[in-house]
Design a protein around this ligand. Sequence first.
Ligand code: FE2
Length: 197
Amino acid sequence: MNFELPPLPYPKDALEPHVSSRTLDFHYDRHHRGYLEKLRSLVEGTPEAQLELADLVTRSDGAVFESAAQVWNHTFYWNSMTPDGGGEPVGRLGEAVRESFGSFEQFCASFVACAVGHFGSGWIWLTLDPATGALGVESSKDAANPLLTDRVPLLTLDVWEHAYYLDYQNERKRYAESFLADLVNWRFAEENFEKAL
Ligand code: FE2
């Protein structure tokens, strides 16, 4: 069985006050672990249990896809945040943000607007089109993610209510703004960007 719960990349209280340890208690230990346990129970004893997680996401459907994608998405989300995050991307990614959105401020406005405008549960992504080098902001519904497309995910924000309700109640806009101002891990996005080029 290939599928394990990766450790959080920081202590549970490290993102406070922007994301509380209470949120991470539920979000990591119950939601993320729950998706993993469901996935393991669904694929145990099948050839799918031997696949890499990202391959399983692109080759499965139904409940296996939903569980596998949610495991992958959450790990990507934890890595999209870091204590003392925020600021602006530098180097080639910083240039690509300015070229694709006009300015860093316009990227932030697009990202927050996408989070606010997305109906229901899902994910907000900064993605790269490797064919053109252009960046984009897009949302996906429920468990879907850019692995199903020709674009490369660089960052994600979980906009399922379980991600923010304890800290922000229904204020998804304030949660998205805080993600960009205080938590976003541009180093992780830069690594993903450089790997994809
Ligand atoms: Fe989540």
